[in-house]
Ligand binder design. Structure first.
Ligand code: ADP
Ligand code: MG
Length: 212
């Protein structure tokens, strides 16, 4: 397996020190192939299996653009399920210790609305959620996506399999046109091809074969 140090990337000393603390010494293949382009601000479609380190592949790019002093939602991650959204948020929180006081909020279905609305009133730099609940907050105007600069579609094939395409399209249209969009998918069926063309601009394409 090829490996490369995170220290080859244009990250702040605090960010790199936190990666060292987390024990992230070498990039996984998907991180090594994605992060240079992601940190240049390019859109990206990446095909990689579960467990390959996709969260840091988009999370490091997203977090490096977050301004903690600015209380607006600057990053949005869509995931197919509540469990995956929780996992992504936990990983982002670990990575965010190298940035400062970054608030990361999970918005998924099956949880009561009221606490989510209360949290949104206090502001969140990054929202991680499922398309149905994010759409719900948009229609209630409890979530504002006009300042999002990084949009991530994680496990995009599973989301389209679950019938979320129209909800995703509605959410994407609530984000600024000038943004970075990163799409991760284990497979590349037709509806992902359609999504890529609709939501991404001149994306870099990365494919990592299963390691095990
Ligand atoms: P995926 O989304 O591809 O399924 P995750 O982003 O959840 O994978 O990462 C899988 C596991 O690998 C997590 O426990 C994460 O903390 C760990 N991990 C990710 N990148 C690295 C790295 N560069 N070095 C060590 N561990 C890592
Ligand atoms: Mg993942």
């Amino acid at each position: 397996m090829s490996s490369e140090s995170f220290h080859s990337l244009p990250l702040t000393p605090a960010f790199l020190a936190n990666l060292d603390i987390l024990g992230y010494t070498q990039m996984t293949p998907i991180q090594a192939q994605s992060l240079p382009s992601v940190l240049e601000g390019r859109d990206l479609i990446a095909q990689a299996k579960t467990g390959s380190g996709k969260t840091a592949a988009f999370g490091i790019g997203m977090l490096s653009k977050i301004n903690p002093a600015w209380f607006a939602t600057q990053g949005l991650v869509m995931c197919p399920t509540r469990e995956l959204a929780d996992q992504v948020a936990n990983e982002l929180r670990r990575l965010a210790r190298g940035v400062g006081n970054v608030k990361i909020l999970v918005l998924t279905g099956g949880s009561p609305m009221r606490p989510q609305i209360a949290s949104l009133e206090h502001g969140a730099h990054i929202v991680v959620g499922t398309p149905g609940r994010i759409r719900d907050h948009l229609s209630r105007q409890t979530l504002e996506l006009g300042m999002v600069n990084t949009l991530v579609l994680d496990e995009a094939d599973r989301m389209t399999d679950m019938g979320f395409y129209d909800e995703i399209a509605g959410i994407v249209s609530a984000c600024p046109k000038r943004r970075q969009t990163l799409l991760f998918s284990a497979t590349y069926p037709d509806d992902i091809r359609v999504a890529t063309e609709a939501f991404l601009a001149d994306p870099v394409e990365v494919t990592v074969q299963a390691q095990h």
